[in-house]
Write a protein that binds this ligand. Sequence first.
Ligand SMILES: *Cc1c(COP(=O)(O)O)cnc(C)c1O
Length: 707
Amino acid sequence: MEVLKQKLQNLTQNLWWTWRPEVRAIFRDIDYDLYLEAHRNPLQILKQVDDAFLDRRAAEVDIQIRTDRALRQLEDYLNPVTTWGLVHAGTLNSRPVAYFCMEFGLHESIPIYSGGLGILAGDHIKGASNLGVPLVGVGLLYHEGYTTQQLDASFWQHDVREPVDLADLPVWPALTPDGVPARVSVEMPGRTVWAKVLEAHVGRVRLILLDSRDEANTEEDKGITARLYGGDLRMRIQQELLLGVGGSRALRALGITASVYHLNEGHSAFAILERARHRVQQDGLDPHRALKESAAATVFTTHTPVEAGHDRFPADLAGLHLKPLADGLNISIEELLGFGRVNPGDLGSPFLPTVLALKCSRRANGVSALHGEISRQMWHHMWPERTVDEVPIGHITNGVHVPTWLAQEINHLLETHLGNTWMEAIARPDMWTKLEYMDSAEFWETKQVLKARTIRFIRERVAKVNARIGLPPIEPPPLDPDALTIGFARRFVTYKRPDLLFSDPDRLDRLVNNPERPVNLVFAGRSHPADGPGKAIIQRVGTFLDDPRFRNRIVFVENYNIHVGRNLYQGVDAWLNNPRRPLEACGTSGMKVIMNGGLHISILDGWWAEAYDGENGFAIGNGEIHADQEVQDQRDAEALFQLLENVIVPMYYDRDANGVPRRWLQRVKRSMRTLAWRFSADRMVMDYVRNCYLPAATASSCQMPPP
Ligand SMILES: *Cc1c(COP(=O)(O)O)cnc(C)c1O
């Protein structure tokens, strides 16, 4: 038994298991109750499982054989004969890309993400791993765990903290080339803050995480990495210093010479300054030359389409915290603060890390074609002498890591039609053309199985929450498994308009309760703990759930996270996205639905503005923007109702003699064929390699003196 436990332990140590459903299933099958209780965290399961019990289960469900097979596969994965990266990104091998982000969403049991940005970062490093692109992730380890959403009887969101024991995470001290645990220090006002350098393995990619709970720190400083987006501006700038400056130093401490820094959001922008400072101190370079060199090797991605969404630090706070970097660079603090101001001469105006990143990186991009355009308009005032089109911000549209989000059943179907190794060619459009020949009835059957599972999952969740908040059980259980089922899950924030359909409850009643063509609606989503208006929308949606007209048709699933998301994406027939254009930078949840055979119904915003071709999903409206928000909301609601009533619902219920919705499935196939490859993490990472990483690596090495 000890041997088996050790093998299982080894399996947990590489987060490869997070995108291998058959490996996750090993831990599920050890003890299903424990699996749920332990939040599906394999390490916690191993810690708690009783040896005799494991022994018995091993015999019952072939744990031994499955574990040996998984370990062999992992070994093969880690030692590939060749990869896309070896062929196309070989020059990055000795000097990898460093991918900086404030959050990484890898699995629901690892509490270092909050939402879309983190999950994108997780999908990016998983994609880089699959392609064999040399890349290291750099982030922070938040030791106080998550806030989870708990609703009360009035449907108000409470944010409950669930501490996580780091011993239960597959994260361990990263070692210096001399074999000792690495630590880094960062100068902060009046003191030095230390951080431990930890690491996790995500397939072939290392993820470096900083933890400020170092013995040398005061209690207060130990708290810097306690909570993601948890504190005030002072806390935020200290976290950002730790991420940018500490992260760069951690790479050096580990002997990793990064060729390119890929900074996501302004959060890690101080890395640019630290890299230049090091060159000034180490090699005696002129500061302006060092900054140029650092810029040449930096790729900056902005993910936020509204100006208010970008950090801005008051001048005195920024001055206090950035003084050591200015000293190290041999420049004045005023000059340094000028890098974070649109007009350096505006003394006293706030410091924006995004502005620093835009000024001091050679390549910048938004995360969809439309978001690139919006970003060029938004930051045009930084380049007043240029036209909007000449503003140096391009775009690379986001994509999602297919193996993480795909239902196993769909994978098996695709193996039949696209070949067993289809996952190695996800980003190749020609491979997907074979979907034309897939039998619709066969696909429909698979989709019905997934949908039944999703509805079971939702009913269980809803029943549990109702029991907790003292509502009677819903009888009969909500959601008709044969009804068109539309999902809507995202952060609840005003601009995403989660309550758009509730603007006309009578019309909504007629829509969902049509006896011939009923519709289920599934909502999920959290608001930021400090977002009162967002929480008020959850509450507003909650008032309708109690309405006898909607009780069996519309549900809200508590605590949207990776686990809840995966369960929804895989089973729904369609996915709804109705933000106020152009406020959605990209959006990625719809991509996860499409690969699982659902259709996207969306405003022409974010990725959908470039993805929709008239037949691969549905567009709400035509992309027009009205200056008056109220008019815009009315128009979009009208367009959405009409689309549902006249197009979507009739198409879904248009069946052949065998009850198969041929026209609907034609559209599903077209959607998978035209979109799955294009909005995959593989395609996204390849774009970054070709358009950003390789040029930046070449440019930076040209300017480096020979070693
Ligand atoms: C994909 C995902 C997101 C981001 O999706 P959007 O479409 O950008 O809202 C957020 N949360 C979870 C849990 C996800 O899986």
